[in-house]
Write a protein that binds this ligand. Sequence first.
Ligand code: PA5
Length: 435
Amino acid sequence: MIKVDISNVWGQLSLPDLLAVEGEVAAAHRTLTDGSGEGSDFLGWLSLPTREVTDEMQRILAAAARIRATSDALVVVGIGGSYLGPRAAIELMQGANHNIGKGKGDPQIFYAGNTLSTRGWNELCRLLDGKDFSVAVISKSGTTTEPAIAFRALRWMLERKYGTEKAKKRIYAITDPVKGALKQMAAEEGWETFVIPPAAGGRFSVLTPVGLLPMAVAGIDITKVMAGACDAKESYNSLRSFENPVWLYAGVRNLLYRNGKEIELFESFEPGFKMFGGWWQQLFGESEGKDGKGLFPVTAEFTPDLHSLGQMIQQGQRNIFETMVRFAPPAQRSVIGSDAKNLDGLNYLAGKTLDFVDEQAFLGTVAAHVDGGVPVITMDMGELNEEKLGEMFYFLELCCGVSAYILGVNPFNQPGVEFYKRNMFRLLGKPGYEK
Ligand code: PA5
């Protein structure tokens, strides 16, 4: 199980505070699992993980094998919940620079449709120049503007490069089983299609083909990811007390919020964690930020951000708490060497491993921030592997559902996201949006 350590929040909370909220946490978890809360049409993700290699899983594995054999690159087209999960998974497991040196057999993974930047598009075109590529287009609604624009252009690039019929074999559509423009196009054009279950909203869809196909193309063993998520489903839903780290995290973050801590910084000392932090930020931000309520979720990378946000965390407004994610160090260690001249004065560290220094940086940071009045929750993930990845996704989705119900909001809608879209459509002159 993931370990949630709250020993560094006691300066701001007391045990009686925590015990007083236990009933609310229990009720929120019950509301989620018995489907009696608002938004219960979108609880598909809760029971989704399975150890069974389903027909769909087999199709995903076959499609991934085909893409790996025929493509130097896969372009994943999508935005928000239709993009962050796969990128989070791939970068956490393989690092942000995972594309370097890759090609056919182990393709590069690029992303499109998550921006309207012309520079971003031009860069993608340069990256794809001369490469064999396939496209996985992901959109539940099938109508989101950013991915729709990118996909139209990529489809035409494929058609020009391979001809209409061969291009069709390089397009994979991941969308709603019945409705939406993408579903309709896929049916008409004969693209291989995977289903986003209607009962799993975008930000809760990483353990569906949305996340699984790109992960499998990147060489991640998705059967192990699903096994980890399945274990998580069983263990985190059966334990109904504060021994359950889901309860502890959801309960404590709500108590801190009630005590004026309005911002949660979700951090790690791993550079590959940045996009995972982005996935978490969307999960909690879109689920909780409504009805004038919600913690503002921000992700940060240490130690780099200690040299940018560190001052603010240490001495700025006291409205922050931190959730620090830790992983066990990898088996391959790096030892700091001894230098005859020692002009940099580092010989006191000679023979020590880099992860030892990292651990002291972590401990020193926690002590400093706690001294500065910033409570710190620590989430110890243990060894990072595929099973752990699945466990982390499910664990945080569950924490989010429970936490949002404690807060008293519907975790599964996002009415606010539509506002900018309506304005943009009016400005662009989209028919039906004139006023
Ligand atoms: O989490 C969500 O629901 C959103 O972030 C959506 O995933 C995002 O807006 C993209 O929507 P769609 O998948 O319909 O293109």
